[in-house]
Design a protein around this ligand. Structure first.
Ligand code: GLA
Ligand code: ZN
Length: 683
């Protein structure tokens, strides 16, 4: 079956390559030169107008589009397209001065001064009206412009506002959710510390000078912040849709940014995009590469496998990290093509031309202060452009993995709020990334989804620390296992419901106890320096042997219908189960009661791979630091093979003959991957 998504824009059905372009920071003479350089850099997509509100509307109701007309014309004349932004990410000073309500109020209830970005109330009717006007003007003016390809909504939506307007909106949101105060008081467990609310208007958003300890409140506030941001975004989209119903909309997200649940944004966007700034050459690049792949995979999954946009990345040094290390030769192409491997149909940068002033003047850019094309970074960018030109057939393809890992924002919020079994960060994201790495190392593609997605297409679903169970999640997991799926859960699973109320009667809650066949009686949280160990049982079905290290958490469980595969080595619970498996329907459910070392995860998932015959991107043994990732239309397989080692390695491709799309070389048997090398193999 052929499965191919349409290109991001029908105006230019090739890989988009380009970046944030701020001509409003430069005199018009520079623009001609930018166009010359754009072609030399093999760039074809410029993101414009992102922070241009003050230039577009220098005084209230006075608009100046002449400069943008010229820029849009020049982009089109030079064969490119524009990713045109709505300017709501930063407001002009006159707007803030005249209408103070547009400025954000901090959690301590103090109103900010003008300045910065993301410093606006998303509820303010004045702000929404001003945004509607400028968005409508842009959409009306450029609706039929040949350069207009994609709308870039605002920029990296984030943050929250604690003004009176937002408080009132929160109360309305709560009324819609709970209907009655009794329901809210129960869900929030407000008898605690005499918090019972007798009037809706007594409710205040969480604040360090007020209440932070009512977890139902803090959780609902985070949900409200997401919903209010989505509502604001939909308000932005409505103004655009009126004039440009067919131009796709996106907003640039920030990976696993904890403040917003991106799954709530996805239904309203035509295409997903994100900004990726990994700190290469700082520590273990191999582990980092796997972590970045994990985030790319979230972005691919947000719209069911549809290709996404790498909206921002840096051509060389990032300015906001502790040390702005430049990318070593080869790393730019490798990290750009890694995004493509995992489903991006663009490679874009922040930014095109390096700023002359203000805080981003040393942030890497395609065109440096020297102003010409004879730089290492410029050549690297042009090289990526040429590589992308060879990969046009990959556009619109995706991957349908056999494995899914559940990473869920609401689960993160609830987990990290809890004061137990540790305070603060519970290591949830880290755990998900570590389970992911065991597959990345083997070149087994993975979907990264939240707990509400359909599980039926997978063979193996892994849900590390699924602390919160939203309604019906346990039922869907049960149905998945019953139908023959394999499920892996860990310590600290099924503890609270969607309101962060502890599930009574024994963990894991809901159907999961029956699915996993265990009862989790208590959990021991270890100190940083504490270790325990796993001892696999003799003749365990997974063939595990020897001993593996454990840290952080040790759950003390009782098998009910499950079979014990491994036990604890130390402490008063030595000999008690740490790994179990339960046959349930036609499937199996594993429970891992502690946090094991990477070697264990590798062996454990290696055994499950052997048993389940999981889809691999490449039929070959991958050396350490090499990853393989498949994109396919269901017929032709495009296999990206990437070496994240700072040294060459060899890989045995066996008897199959492949062609490398980047070099046109024919490859089989043992081949060498150079330092940071990428090959795109087709059989
Ligand atoms: C973010 C923003 C950009 C720019 C870059 C710099 O991703 O979206 O406007 O500030 O950071 O890294
Ligand atoms: Zn507000």
């Amino acid at each position: 079956m052929i499965e191919k998504f349409p290109p991001i824009t029908s105006k230019l059905p090739v890989f988009l390559h380009g970046g944030d372009y701020n001509p409003d920071q430069w005199p018009a003479e520079v623009w001609e030169e930018d166009m010359r350089l754009m072609k030399l850099a093999h760039c074809n997509a410029m993101s414009v107008g992102i922070f241009a509100w003050a230039r577009l509307e220098p005084a209230e109701g006075q608009f100046d589009f002449d400069w943008l007309d010229r820029v849009m014309d020049m982009i089109a004349e030079n064969g490119g397209v524009a990713v045109l932004a709505t300017p709501s990410g930063a407001r002009p000073a006159w707007l803030a001065r005249k209408y103070p309500e547009v400025l954000r109020v901090r959690p301590d209830r103090q109103r900010n001064l003008f300045g910065g970005r993301h410093n606006h109330c998303l509820t303010s009717p004045v702000y929404r009206e001003k945004v509607r006007i400028i968005n409508s003007k842009l959409a009306e003016r450029y609706a039929n412009h040949p350069a207009l390809a994609v709308w870039h909504l605002s920029n990296e939506y984030s943050g929250e506002c604690h003004c009176e307007l937002c408080r009132a909106a929160f109360v309305e949101w709560l009324k819609r959710k709970y209907g009655t105060l009794d329901a809210l008081n129960h869900a929030w467990w407000t008898a605690f510390w005499s918090h019972t609310y007798t009037d809706w208007n007594l409710i205040e958003p969480p604040s360090p000078i007020g209440e932070m300890a009512v977890h139902g409140l803090t959780l609902d506030w985070k949900r409200f912040v997401t919903d209010q941001t989505v509502d604001f975004m939909r308000h932005e989209i409505a103004a655009l849709r009126e004039f440009t119903p067919d131009v796709p909309v996106t907003t640039n997200m920030m990976g696993t940014f904890p403040g917003l649940n991106y799954w709530r944004f996805a239904p309203y966007l035509d295409v997903i995009s994100w900004d990726s700034y990994p700190m290469w050459h700082r520590g273990d690049d191999v582990a980092l590469a796997s972590d970045v792949a994990f985030i790319h995979d979230i972005n691919r999954c947000l719209k069911g496998g549809k290709p996404f946009m790498l909206m921002e990345s840096v051509p060389s040094a990032t300015n906001w990290v502790p040390s702005a290390k430049v990318k070593r030769p080869g790393m730019h192409a490798l990290s750009s093509l890694q995004a493509v491997a995992h489903g991006s149909d663009t490679v874009q940068y922040f930014q095109w031309r390096k700023s002359r002033g203000s805080s981003e003047k040393f942030h890497g850019a395609v065109v440096d202060h020297v102003g010409h094309e004879h730089t290492r970074v410029f050549r690297d960018v042009a090289d990526v452009g040429m590589k992308l030109e060879k990969l046009s057939n990959v556009i619109g393809t995706t991957v349908r993995p056999d494995v899914a890992i559940i990473y869920d924002w609401e689960n993160l919020w609830a987990l990290d709020d809890a004061q137990g079994p540790r305070r603060g960060d519970k290591g949830y994201l880290e755990a998900c990334k570590r389970h992911y790495r065991a597959f990345w190392e083997r070149g087994i593609p993975v979907d990264v989804i939240d707990m509400e997605q359909d599980l039926s297409r997978y063979k193996l679903v892994i849900a590390p620390m699924l602390y919160m169970l939203r309604p019906a999640v346990d039922e869907r997991i049960a149905a998945f296992v019953r139908a023959g799926g394999t499920f892996v859960a860990t310590y600290w699973t099924g503890i609270v419901d969607e309101n962060d109320l502890v599930i009574l009667g024994g963990w894991p809650g809901g159907k999961l106890r029956e699915v996993l066949g265990i009862w989790d009686e208590e959990i021991d949280a270890l100190y940083e320096h504490d270790r325990n160990a796993v001892l696999p049982c003799a003749d365990n079905t997974l063939g595990l042997a020897g001993e593996y290290e454990l840290r952080d958490y040790c759950a003390l469980i009782h098998p009910e219908s499950a079979q014990v595969l491994a036990t604890y080595k130390h402490d008063f619970y030595a000999g008690r189960p740490v790994l179990t498996v339960n046959a349930y329907g036609s499937g199996k459910a594993y429970y891992l009661a502690s946090n094991p070392d990477d070697r264990f995860l590798r062996d454990f998932y290696g055994a499950l791979d052997a048993e389940l015959g999981l889809l691999h991107s490449l039929d070959a043994e991958l050396p350490h630091g090499v990853s393989a990732q498949l994109r396919t239309d269901g017929e032709t397989r495009y296999i990206f093979v990437m070496n994240f080692n700072a040294e060459p390695v060899t890989i045995d491709l066996g008897t199959t003959t492949y062609r490398d799309m980047l070099t046109d070389e024919t490859l089989s048997g043992v081949v060498t991957l150079g330092v940071y090398d990428v090959k795109v193999l087709v059989a």
